[in-house]
Structure formats: structure tokens, C-alpha cells
Design a protein around this ligand. Structure first.
Ligand code: NAD
Length: 365
């Protein structure tokens, strides 16, 4: 297909296609979320997004800082009874205003709070990476299944209009047969005392935090599951930031079609990029996975056409789309498009990437 004409030819079809994949029955009232962890993401990014939601609202906060919790609750008109500490968290089972618990804690705490939320009878949204090991992911999925509750992972890019358009283009054959994907994700970590640099809390370095975007991109741009991985790590262990976790890690994924993905993450340089190259053209996002301001280009062998207005996504923002998707899935009984199983797939591959880097050999998946 001619890439220069693809907007006109496919825009109408894409809206229908995307909405058929994502739109669900709406709940008869907005479902209540409890946000666990009032840090940069939970407080700074997610809580303000309820203003953009149609089917979701803030119903409770869970924090280790009582003054902060009281301030946030007051700002959002929540009663005292909607404030929990980590110690009183399990009492959330008695709060009918809370339908969903959203875990925005350091990675190593995800498993405990997802399992406690499910046991309290609540549906769960869990931030990425789902956990610090595949074994934890298996336990989290089992706990949600046993409680008959939904589990979704905070993979917001599946609700971001430019990423959705890039996925659709890749699937439509607009760039021909995808031969390779490249994706690099990183940012400069400054403070060595941050939990992201403490293995016990993060489970790993740039791969767990940013590399997971590159891994996701490799999977959603090819639409395939990798069969083998080969990785190489490069970290200056004398740098106080990197005593416990990796800085740069590069890895290649081999897919059943013969497509290859070359991915990279780092904590010592800023980069945010995805490109899928096929035998008829290319699809490129840069920045690719930011909160806003992402750009999408297509072309035969360069950035020939910029898509400035992709078909509208499933929400007013990627975050609102994500929050409302789980509410709609609960109302309709459908599985989230980014379920616990999706998070588990990534953790299995991440473990293989680390193992490949450690053992210096290709790992079959
Ligand atoms: P943060 O450090 O800003 O916030 C973490 C919160 O957890 C804080 O409120 C902190 O008080 C609390 N906490 C409880 N116990 C803690 C402990 N032992 N050590 C440190 N903090 C503790 O981190 P963040 O950036 O908000 O990240 C939280 C989660 O959200 C992570 O899993 C991260 O990967 C994810 N995240 C996702 C995105 C995204 O775009 N999807 C963006 C940023 C962060």
C-alpha cells in the first residue's frame, strides 16, 4: 500500500476497527478507584486524570503519609473514611465506594498489594512492570482469578492515539512485511538514593523501568511473540547510581516470521523512539511513548509523511482511556486488552534478557 495515501484510505476503517477492539458496555455509574501510593505517578499523573474520565472516579487514597493523604482527600472531596494507610489497607473490603484498587507503588510491592486487593474483593489495576519476577505475576493472576476479580496492567500506550495508529498501520500492511523493529527508551537518572536504583525495590535497572516500553513496542509492532533473545549489558559499576542495577542493556528478539527487534534501555541518556521497518516502508514514533507530544511518521525510506491527527483514541487522554477501559471491562465481563497475562509475558521475556546478558548466550523462549 502507498504510505502517502494511507491516512485517507484507512482512517475511517481504523476508527471502527479500534473501537470494535476496545469499546465495551459502559458501567451504569462511574466506578470508584483507590489509588495506592501517592508518588509522582499515582498523585502527579493519575489522580488528575479522573477529570477526563467518563466511567471512573477517585474513591479512596492509600498512603504511608497521613498528612499528604488528608490533603489529597480534602482536595478531591473524599471523606475521612476514604483514607487508608498500608496497615489499614485490608479494611478497603468494607468500602462499597471502591470497585478498583490501582497499585502505583515501587515494583517489588506490586505483588503484595495486588494480592491483598483481590482478597479484599476488589478489581485491580497494577502499574508496570507488573512485578519483579514471573513467579510473582503467576501468583497475582491466580489471586485475582480465585477472587473472580479483573486484573489489568497500566500499559497506557495501548490507549495512546499515535501508538494505536502505529499498531494499526503495522497490522494493515502499510509498511509491507515488518522486517525489523528498533526501540530505545531511557532517561538520565540523577539521584543514587531513588528506589529505582535499589534492586530490592525495583527488581532491576533501566530494563524494568524503561526497557519494558521497548519490549512492548517490539511485540505490538510485530504482533508476534519472540522465540529467542540475545542480550548485552554495559554498566559502569563505579558510578554510585549503578552499584545495584544495570544502566545500558541492549537486546535482540527473534520472531517466528523472521522479523528481528533490536531494543535498548538506559539510565544515562535520554531517548524515546520506536521504528518498524517493512519491505515496503517504515512507521516511526519519536518521541514515542511520552505522556503527550508524541509524533508519528511514515515513509518509504525516510520521514516522508507526518500523521498529525490520528483517529481519536478510546479516551480523552491515554490515561483516561486506560482507566475507563477497566471500568468498561468490569461492566461487560470482558478481559482487559492488557491483562495480567500480558504483564506475565513481558516478565518472562525480561527474565530471559537478564539471563542472556549474564550467561552471554542466546536464550530460546
Ligand atoms: P514514586 O517514588 O514517585 O512514588 C512511589 C510511591 O510509593 C510514593 O508515594 C512512596 O511514598 C510510596 N512508597 C511506599 N513504600 C515505599 C518504599 N518502601 N520505598 C519507596 N516508596 C515507597 O514512584 P513513581 O514514579 O510514582 O512509580 C510508581 C510505580 O508507577 C512504579 O511501578 C513505576 O514503574 C510506575 N510508573 C509508571 C509510569 C507509566 O507511565 N505507566 C510512569 C511512572 C511510574
Amino acid at each position: 500500500m502507498d504510505l502517502d495515501r494511507r491516512d485517507l484510505l484507512l482512517a475511517a476503517a481504523s476508527t471502527a476497527l479500534l473501537s470494535s477492539g476496545i469499546a465495551h458496555a459502559a458501567p451504569d455509574r462511574p466506578l470508584g478507584y483507590a489509588i495506592v501510593g501517592l508518588g509522582m505517578y499515582g498523585l502527579g499523573v493519575i489522580i488528575p486524570q479522573f477529570a477526563n474520565c467518563a466511567h471512573s472516579r477517585l474513591a479512596a487514597v492509600v498512603s504511608g503519609d497521613p498528612a499528604k493523604a488528608r490533603r489529597v482527600a480534602a482536595e478531591h472531596g473524599l471523606p475521612e473514611s476514604a483514607i487508608y494507610s498500608y496497615e489499614t489497607f485490608d479494611r478497603i473490603r468494607d468500602n462499597p465506594d471502591v470497585d478498583i484498587v490501582y497499585v502505583c507503588l515501587p515494583n517489588s510491592m506490586h505483588a503484595e498489594y495486588v494480592i491483598r486487593a483481590a482478597r479484599a474483593g476488589k478489581h485491580v489495576m497494577c502499574e508496570k512492570p507488573m512485578a519483579v519476577s514471573a513467579a510473582e505475576c503467576v501468583r497475582m493472576i491466580a489471586a485475582c482469578k480465585a477472587a473472580n476479580r479483573k486484573l489489568m496492567i497500566g500499559y497506557r500506550c495501548h490507549f495512546e492515539p499515535f501508538n494505536l495508529e502505529a499498531m494499526r498501520l503495522a497490522r494493515s500492511g502499510a509498511a509491507g512485511r515488518i522486517r525489523y523493529v528498533r526501540s530505545e527508551h531511557g532517561f538520565i537518572q540523577g539521584d543514587p538514593s531513588k528506589w529505582r536504583l535499589r534492586r530490592a525495590l525495583s527488581g532491576g535497572g533501566s530494563l524494568m523501568d524503561m526497557g519494558i516500553y521497548a519490549l512492548q513496542a517490539a511485540r505490538y509492532m510485530t504482533g508476534e511473540e519472540p522465540v529467542a533473545v540475545q542480550a548485552l549489558e554495559s554498566t559502569d559499576r563505579t558510578d554510585p547510581r549503578f552499584h545495584e542495577v544495570e544502566d545500558q542493556i541492549d537486546w535482540q528478539l527473534l520472531f517466528p516470521s523472521g522479523a528481528v527487534a533490536g531494543c535498548k534501555s538506559m539510565y544515562s541518556a535520554n531517548q524515546n523512539h520506536i521504528i518498524a521497518v517493512g519491505d515496503k516502508g517504515r512507521i516511526e514514533l519519536e518521541p514515542a511513548t511520552r505522556y503527550d507530544g508524541n509524533h508519528l511518521w511514515t515513509g518509504r525510506d525516510g520521514r516522508e509523511h507526518e500523521t498529525t491527527s490520528p483517529p481519536p483514541g478510546p479516551g480523552r487522554t491515554q490515561f483516561a482511556g486506560q482507566l475507563d477501559h477497566l471500568a468498561e471491562c468490569i461492566a461487560s465481563g470482558r478481559e482487559p486488552i492488557v491483562s495480567g497475562e500480558e504483564g506475565l509475558r513481558d516478565l518472562r521475556i525480561i527474565e530471559a534478557i537478564y539471563r542472556s546478558a549474564r550467561e552471554g548466550r542466546r536464550i530460546e523462549l
